[in-house]
Write a protein that binds this ligand. Structure first.
Ligand code: CA2
Length: 143
């Protein structure tokens, strides 16, 4: 069974409380429940964690080496600034998908740059909490 680590970065613990126009109305617990349902349907194990601290996120990425098969990462605003998280992702060499709730390319110019993207397999942005759900990306009803 594939073992995936899902990391949510700074301020994502506030989901569902403010800025629904960017981040939707679901709480982080609801987003994690959605991820866990999708993982169960795929026969994949997931471990979802959130931190507001760059060093904590880096420690979890390091610990994933040899313990996980892949990483799904929403680095929050560290996306745009953190060479340290980028180096950690590159160092562990795990296949990593960068995910954003909002379409960072349609927002302020500073959000258009991701320092993580060059070391990720790819990026999913703008599908809100449905970023892990291929049926939703194709326009089907949310699961
Ligand atoms: O769209 C995303 O997922 C982001 O990674 C979210 C980050 C932002 O800095 C990135 O540019 C794009 C911010 C997360 C803040 O989350 C909040 C949730 C509710 C209320 C306030 C902030």
């Amino acid at each position: 069974m594939y073992r995936i680590l899902v990391l949510h970065g700074p301020n994502l613990n506030l989901l569902g409380t403010r800025e629904p126009q960017h981040y939707g109305r679901e709480t982080l617990a609801e987003v994690n429940a959605r991820i866990e349902r999708a993982a169960a349907a795929l026969g994949v194990s997931v471990d979802c964690r959130q931190s507001n601290h760059e060093g904590q996120l880096i420690d979890w990425i390091h610990e994933a080496r040899g313990e996980r098969d892949g990483l799904i990462l929403n680095p929050g605003a560290y996306t745009h600034t953190s060479y340290a998280i980028r180096d950690a992702v590159a160092a562990v060499g795990l296949p990593t998908v960068e995910v954003h709730l909002s379409n960072i390319h349609a927002r302020e110019p500073f959000r258009h740059v991701s320092v993580i993207a060059p070391v990720a397999l790819g990026q999913i942005a703008g599908f809100g909490p449905y970023g892990t759900c291929w049926r939703c990306m194709l326009g089907a009803a949310p699961q």
